[in-house]
Ligand binder design. Structure first.
Ligand code: AMP
Ligand code: GLY
Length: 427
């Protein structure tokens, strides 16, 4: 098999790492990749959004399978273009990718399929949105309809905050077209968990569940980020709950999409809030999470490449995906100043020592090579994943590797997994 992974983050390094170990693999490319993927695959200098160049490359290189990491190429039609070229792509069509590309579309699918989610309304007009907030009061959640690089959701604790979000999105156009329409919804309370399923259009198999730590600081303080760490399995969401969630949030969505002649192939990520009245959908993503991929893939027992091929070929009913009975904890190493204005260019040492820590794996994201040295080149720079028989062992492995990395701008949360650990000890 000749495989092309699309993307350049820690998630894509983890995908490359898992696929590189497949007995089916003949040649692996990553476009554009990063210094971590370069150790496992051939990096190709094509941007993840350059659909035409990706198709031309895949044709020329006789690629058997394209594995997209991020959502934006899918929303831009990568899977459709690969389908026209007769090349398998383990991701949804642009139409089905609207599940992530449009919050209102995702909500419509939920309502049509009876999937529990927060009560919502869509607005194309700022005055109507402001009026709705005045009638409903706070807390309330304002979401830009389109893709906004993780910045399109405002959980407003006051009406003033909600109004400011509506102004920013709909009148100041701070999110461009993504904020031209908004979804305003009820605020849910509870623990958040993420469920990952591999889908072939009609069938779905569970890959696993994880809990992201989105806030920058320890104790879930500070601004929201793309994710500062993750833990799997999440406390309070056991195998039975995960299986039930597949029936509540994944299979009905696939069926509703199929009814609309949109076949969802690829990874469906259901972000759930475990509320007092049961789990509710917060959002769908049409891809793996980052750093959830770095957390789940090291525990995988089933060959990932075989599973992705089965999804593309509509053969998922014949397979299951097994996770080793291990806990996994991932810690993101970000550059000082992230997520606002971060330092670039500082040298990162100790990577070999970190990778040599037993039961730890180091994944690159925002790194570069300068004069033969690895340097920081992004906000989230590395993810370190530790595994072990329990959360304590997984945390120990992860933080040993974190400590082995020598880098003056290193910033990380020290409490990844502690909340899950406290929950586990209570139960
Ligand atoms: P997103 O940027 O779409 O990943 O959403 C960011 C975060 O906003 C989610 O992870 C939740 O923490 C929060 N959020 C989204 N919708 C709701 C809701 N209805 N109630 C409470 N929190 C929400
Ligand atoms: N870590 C959350 C995401 O990838 O969307």
């Amino acid at each position: 098999m000749r495989v092309l992974i699309v993307g350049s983050g820690g998630r894509e390094h983890a995908l490359a790492w898992a696929i590189a170990s497949s007995p089916l693999l003949v040649k692996l490319f990553v476009a554009p990749g990063n210094p971590g993927t370069a150790t496992l695959a051939e990096n190709v200098p094509i941007g993840a959004l350059d659909v035409a160049a990706l198709v031309a490359f895949a044709r020329a290189q006789k690629i058997d399978l394209v594995v997209p990491g991020p959502e934006a190429p899918l929303v831009a039609g990568l899977a459709d273009a690969m389908a026209v070229a007769g090349i398998r792509c383990c991701g949804p069509s642009a139409a089905a990718a609207q599940l992530e590309g449009s919050k209102a579309f995702a909500k419509e699918i939920c309502d049509a399929a009876g999937i529990p989610t927060a009560a919502w309304e869509r607005f194309d007009d700022a005055a109507a949105a402001l009026d709705f907030v005045a009638r409903r009061g706070a807390p309330i959640v304002v979401k830009a309809d389109g893709l906004a690089a993780g910045k399109g959701v405002v959980v407003a604790q006051t009406e003033a905050d909600a109004n400011a979000a509506i102004h920013a999105m709909m009148r100041a156009h701070e999110m461009g077209d993504a904020g031209a329409s908004v979804v305003i919804e009820a605020c849910l309370e509870g623990d958040e968990v993420s469920l990952f399923a591999l889908c072939d259009g009609t069938d779905a198999v569970l890959i696993g569940a994880a809990q992201d730590h989105k806030r920058l600081g320890d104790g879930d303080t500070g601004p929201n980020t793309g994710g500062m760490g993750a833990v799997s399995p999440p406390a309070g969401f056991d195998a039975a709950a995960q299986a039930q969630a597949m029936d509540m949030f994944v299979r009905p969505a696939l069926a509703e999409l199929a009814r609309r002649e949109m076949m969802f192939r690829g990874i469906l990520f259901a972000g759930l809030m475990l509320t007092e009245s049961g789990p509710k959908l917060i959002e769908y993503n049409v891809r793996f999470g980052d750093p959830e991929a770095q957390t789940l893939l090291p525990r995988l027992r089933t060959d990932l490449l075989t599973s992705l091929l089965a999804a593309c070929d509509g053969e998922l009913k014949h397979i299951s995906i097994e996770q080793a009975p291990l806990a996994a904890v991932s810690v993101v190493l970000a550059a000082r100043g992230y997520p606002v204005a971060y330092e670039k260019g500082s040298v990162i040492g100790g990577l070999e020592a970190a990778a040599a820590v037993p039961h730890a794996a180091v994944f690159h994201a925002g790194t570069d090579i300068k004069n033969g040295l690895v340097v920081a080149n992004g906000g989230r720079v590395l993810t370190v994943c530790g595994t072990g028989p329990d959360l304590t062992a997984a945390r120990t492995a992860a933080y040993r590797a974190v400590e082995a990395v020598t880098w003056e701008d290193k910033m990380f949360r020290t409490d990844i997994g502690l909340r899950a650990l406290a929950r586990t000890q209570l139960s």
